[in-house]
Design a protein around this ligand. Structure first.
Ligand code: DLL
Length: 435
């Protein structure tokens, strides 16, 4: 894999890229049709055949895949390669029922590894960096994905996994770690623990880069992270079904993430009509894996809401830029009939400097109405114990939330360290409403 210079696939001329995408689709679609019964049946029902894929636009004729397909066909129903070719399994658990299982070949893992390495190279991480991987290892793709990607770049990797936070901070200092990979919420937790230990990231560590993803995080949280630690917070996106982390990442110029579309073909659809939307319009992100053969995904509906941006990026990369993912269509809360995304609440909270980036949205209901509460941590114990200061903060938060979503939740100010922390993906909404 060449990372520097024009031979890097990131900078491939667009006509060449589109030609390559079409050629890869013209291979993967017949392969999937031949090897995966569900796909074949759906194509037959729709009256579409692999040979109907003549231009990239024709992809829109083919059926979608969804998470429920993976659950229904668990464990091997969507596996296209023979078991002798399978080299790795990754699974992602949902809240209920069976997990989804993605068997993959050696080359599938290589494509994924390359995606992560390309992201890291784009962030300015080099073989001189010492990379601490604090994503969970195991069935979750975060740990092994970041690990393989950093090793591919030639970095020295410290595979701490998630948890054991004080030890992580000690190792970070002692070994001179320069880049950390974890969820943004876990980094915020690390920062709080570091502060308690008297460790100042700027003064006492060599940390420069954070490779954060696996959960939505707002621009406001990003600023907060950079502010408290002095590092550059990079965004890495991906999902188990498509590979894992490293499907897309941000460069220093774009406000969004370059999608490695030489491997992962993106579309945006209207989640209601299922029509493909033109670049520039927001909708649900759909991916087709162009050359993974273990469990190819054709038009996989991610549920993530994003947009493929128009125009070119200053960095010269030709790979399209998707908007940062702030929400999933299934994250949307309907409170008193109003659509609310948790990220909107987060952005409002982060406008108030005394508020810490830790909060919990709690919904419950009486027979007739929804009850909407938010518990918010403040930065200092002194503030949490000063009723007048708490009232003033509540007022500012209430005004911001009213302005953005038009609702007035009941606000509770709590002391630093009160709300649960997570080593992996954070859960910030508890919905106890009667269904
Ligand atoms: O979270 C893969 C990953 C690991 C990505 C580490 C980045 C870093 P899943 O567990 O299958 O895979 O969850 C995928 O997480 O559909 C998004 O909703 C969300 N997600 C992932 N990255 C981001 C991100 C991993 N950078 C689901 N921003 C996806 C916002 C993200 N949401």
């Amino acid at each position: 894999m060449k990372i520097e210079g024009v031979s890097n696939p990131d900078f491939m001329p667009i006509p060449e890229l589109r030609k390559m995408q079409l050629e890869k689709l013209q291979k993967i679609i017949p392969y999937e049709y031949e090897n995966v019964k569900l796909f074949r049946t759906r194509c037959d029902e729709k009256g579409v055949k692999p040979r109907d894929l003549v231009t990239l636009k024709d992809l829109g004729k083919f059926p979608f895949m969804k998470k429920t397909d993976l659950r229904d066909e668990y464990p091997y129903g969507l596996t296209a390669a023979p078991m002798s070719e399978i080299n790795r399994f990754h699974c992602s658990s949902g809240t209920t029922g069976k997990p989804i299982c993605i068997p993959q070949t050696k080359n599938d893992v290589k494509i994924w590894t390359e995606g992560v390495a390309r992201c890291m190279a784009m962030y300015g991480i080099t073989k001189d960096d010492i990379v601490q991987v604090s994503y969970g290892y195991g069935l979750f793709t975060g740990g092994l994905g970041a690990h393989y990607g950093a090793e591919e770049l030639g970095c020295a990797v410290l595979p701490t996994g998630a948890g054991n936070t004080e030890k992580q901070i000690m190792l970070m200092q002692d070994l001179g770690v320069t880049a950390i990979c974890c969820t943004p919420s876990y980094f915020l937790h690390l920062a709080t623990v570091a502060e308690k230990m008297g460790v100042d990231f700027r003064r006492d560590t060599k940390l420069k880069h954070g490779v954060f993803g696996a959960e939505p995080w707002t621009d406001e949280i990003r600023e907060k992270i950079e502010d408290i630690s002095g590092i550059t917070a990079h965004d890495i996106y991906g999902l188990t079904e498509i590979a894992g982390p490293g499907v897309a990442g941000n460069c220093e110029h774009c406000h969004g993430l370059h999608v490695w579309e030489d491997h992962f073909y993106p579309e945006i659809i209207d989640p209601d009509t299922l029509e493909v939307l033109p670049d520039g319009e927001e909708g649900e992100l759909v991916f087709t894996t162009l050359d993974r053969v273990g469990t190819p995904m054709i038009r996989y509906r991610t549920r993530d809401l994003s947009r493929l941006q128009l125009g070119s990026c200053k960095c010269g990369r030709t790979m399209r830029v998707m908007d940062r993912v702030h929400a999933r269509s299934d994250d949307m809360l309907i409170i008193h009939g109003v659509n609310v995304f948790p990220s909107q609440i987060e952005a409002c909270l982060m406008k108030v400097p005394e508020v810490a980036p830790h909060y919990m949205i709690i919904l419950s209901s009486t027979d007739t109405m929804d009850l909407f509460e938010i518990q918010v941590e403040v930065n200092s114990i002194a503030v949490s114990q000063d009723p007048a200061a708490c009232e003033a903060i509540k007022k500012r938060v209430a005004v911001a939330i009213k302005e953005v979503v038009g609702l007035s939740p009941k606000l509770y100010i709590v002391a630093p360290g009160t709300l649960p922390r997570s080593q992996g993906k954070i859960k910030r909404v508890i919905d106890n409403r009667k269904k």
